[in-house]
Design a protein around this ligand. Structure first.
Ligand SMILES: C[S@@+](CC[C@H](N)C(=O)[O-])C[C@H]1O[C@@H](n2cnc3c(N)ncnc32)[C@H](O)[C@@H]1O
Length: 327
């Protein structure tokens, strides 16, 4: 890496600079979701190989009665707050059910993508004209503070799509610990976990035959070109996904097909790639039940109720703040 001057950099620019200067090179998957990335992710969710969305949707469709009871048990009114809501298709199933049960409900989807929030808000406003919906476009790390306000209603935080699997373990614990410190005793956290299963099923979900996941990863290079004046030639990179069963972790990489130099104007820098050098793009952690129990305990929660699909492919787990530990 060669940088000629010191620059005032945006967070995105700074993270790209740090990531491409480290060994191995890395780019943070949180930047996947510009508007184009959001559109590509909607396509991924429809792919035959991407079982995660279907499994979670099935849990919601088949167990909405029990999930609704668990959300509302002991509470007169609930505020659903969804972190990284995406298109909200799965959440709509729960909201529809809760409204039919005349639950006093508000819904606050938070997403970093304006496109995702616009699509969701438009759909939900026509599908649920009576729902009080407060969409927020922004980074969920930055709205954590506002969750603390207690209005006497139970907050149920939704973190679906096995999104937590995209955090390295230490950061995941830290994030849930922060959520815990913002929650009141009656609040709940509802988390989607993708479970350990046949490695072949998992690796296919991150390496689909149509190449949409490859485009999703390459879009981050295009985003750097668009927003930071980069000159990545995406035809010189290929997507590679692997799953390591002993670690329960799927990882995605972009591989430089040849020796090349990429320049990024906003960083005033160039980056050298060796032939076959990898950029680490994303981890998608899979879980065993003991891992989830340990995760809840270490981040200050108790598991209240669990909802598996019939194949045990996926788990939605409802957590309450643990009372024997003040964080
Ligand atoms: C893997 S998708 C999951 C979408 C949805 N929860 C689901 O289960 O289908 C992740 C979503 O989180 C959003 N997102 C990613 N990082 C975010 C952040 N730091 N703050 C807010 N939203 C974020 C993305 O824009 C995207 O819509």
């Amino acid at each position: 890496m060669k940088t000629s001057t010191t620059l005032e950099l945006s967070q995105f620019a700074e993270d790209v600079l740090n990531g491409l200067s480290s060994t191995p090179k890395t780019l943070s998957s949180r930047y996947f979701y510009d508007d184009e990335g959001t559109r590509l992710f909607q396509q991924i969710m429809q792919l035959p190989e991407y079982y995660l969305t279907r499994a979670e949707l099935k849990i919601f469709a088949e167990q909405k009665e029990a999930i609704g009871e668990a959300f509302t048990s002991g509470a007169d009114a609930i505020d659903l707050v969804e972190l990284g809501a995406g298109d909200g298709t799965k959440t709509a199933v729960l909201i529809d059910h809760l409204l039919k049960k005349s639950v006093d409900l508000t819904y606050s989807p938070i997403d970093i993508s304006q496109e995702a929030n616009d699509v969701l808000s438009q759909r939900f406003r026509s599908q649920f004209p009576d729902l009080r919906i407060n969409p927020h476009t922004g980074d969920y790390f930055k709205v954590l503070g506002s969750l603390k306000n207690s209005n006497g209603r139970r907050k149920v935080l939704l973190f679906l799509g096995s999104n937590i699997g995209n955090f390295l373990q230490e950061r995941a614990l830290d994030f849930f610990g922060q959520l815990r410190s913002m929650m009141n005793a009656e609040d709940r956290l509802f988390v989607g976990f993708d479970m350990q299963k046949d490695p072949r099923v998992i690796v296919a979900a991150y390496d689909d035959a149509q190449g949409v996941t490859a485009e999703f990863n390459l879009n981050l290079l295009r985003r750097i070109n668009r927003e930071l004046g980069g000159d990545f030639d995406t035809s010189k990179f290929s997507h590679y996904a692997q799953y390591r069963p002993a670690e329960c972790a799927a990882r995605s990489f972009l591989i430089s097909r040849e020796k090349q130099t990429v320049s990024i104007n906003a960083l005033n820098s160039t980056f050298d790639f060796e032939q076959w050098e990898a950029i680490f793009m994303e981890i998608s952690q899979k879980y065993t039940h003991p891992m989830i129990e340990e995760f809840a305990e270490k981040s200050g929660f108790e598991i209240e109720k669990e909802f598996f699909d019939a194949e045990n492919f996926y788990l939605d787990s409802l957590w309450r703040p643990s009372q024997n530990r003040e964080r």
